[in-house]
Design a protein around this ligand. Structure first.
Ligand SMILES: [Fe+2]
Length: 225
């Protein structure tokens, strides 16, 4: 395993509960935060209105089991960071994109924590100069993916896809010994489903950055109304 070129690795940790899926399925997604860049919606679960001061949003209130799991399993490993549930309607596509700014592309791992609460794990594709690389269909575990490697996703299921996401400012740290230990333990268990960038970026990857990457501004605006 090479942490710098890791694309996808299932994690050897306890899965989040999913007993609140009925509630998620009944949300009116038209009222959720509409991510125009990624063509999906976000249910904001934890956010820092003051930088570094993370708190549950009102959207997290109906999900006590998720909050408990985050306190018991997620935060001891990763610390607090923004959490959202990425919501992609059946049949919708998140077109090719890169989940970081041009500046951070060169300077950080840009690891993302994800767990598919409902939907297909293998609807996610990474792009390369040798064609697209599909994510393995399992196991049913949380995973780390590289957010800076260009990727896209089409929800091929008949249901809305819900993906629990721990996002910025957490982005993985190669100098964090406990994180490196988690990755190597997970690799030992899930090496058959590990993906690594053994290829080059697609030629057009420079076109895939979001212009004016201002997620924070847009999320703030959304949460205030
Ligand atoms: Fe993404």
């Amino acid at each position: 395993m090479n942490i710098e070129s890791l694309l996808y690795l299932p994690l050897d940790i306890e899965n989040p509960p999913t007993d609140y899926l009925d509630h998620l399925n009944n949300l009116n997604i038209e009222k959720l935060y509409d991510d125009k860049y990624r063509h999906c919606y976000h249910v904001p679960i934890m956010y820092d209105f003051k930088p570094g001061n993370f708190a549950w949003t009102p959207y997290a209130l109906p999900y006590p089991s998720l909050r408990e799991w985050a306190e018991d399993v997620l935060f001891p490993l990763f610390g607090r960071s923004r959490i959202m549930i990425i919501t992609t309607p059946a049949g919708a596509t998140n077109p090719p994109h890169i989940d970081c700014s041009r500046e951070k592309f060169e300077t950080s791992l840009q690891h993302k924590f994800r767990y598919v609460l409902q939907g297909n794990i293998d609807d996610l594709y990474f792009m390369s100069n040798r064609g697209d690389v599909q994510t393995p269909a399992g196991p049913d575990k949380p995973f780390i993916m590289s957010g800076k490697w260009p990727h896209y996703m089409t929800n091929t299921s008949n249901d809305t896809k819900f993906t629990l996401a721990l996002g910025a400012p957490w982005d993985g740290d190669v100098n964090d010994a406990s994180y490196v230990e988690l990755l190597s333990r997970s690799y030992n268990k899930h090496k058959n489903d590990y993906l690594q960038a053994d290829f080059e970026l697609p030629e057009n990857y420079g076109d895939l950055f979001e212009d004016n990457y201002d997620f924070r501004q847009r999320a703030k605006k959304f949460l205030k109304h």
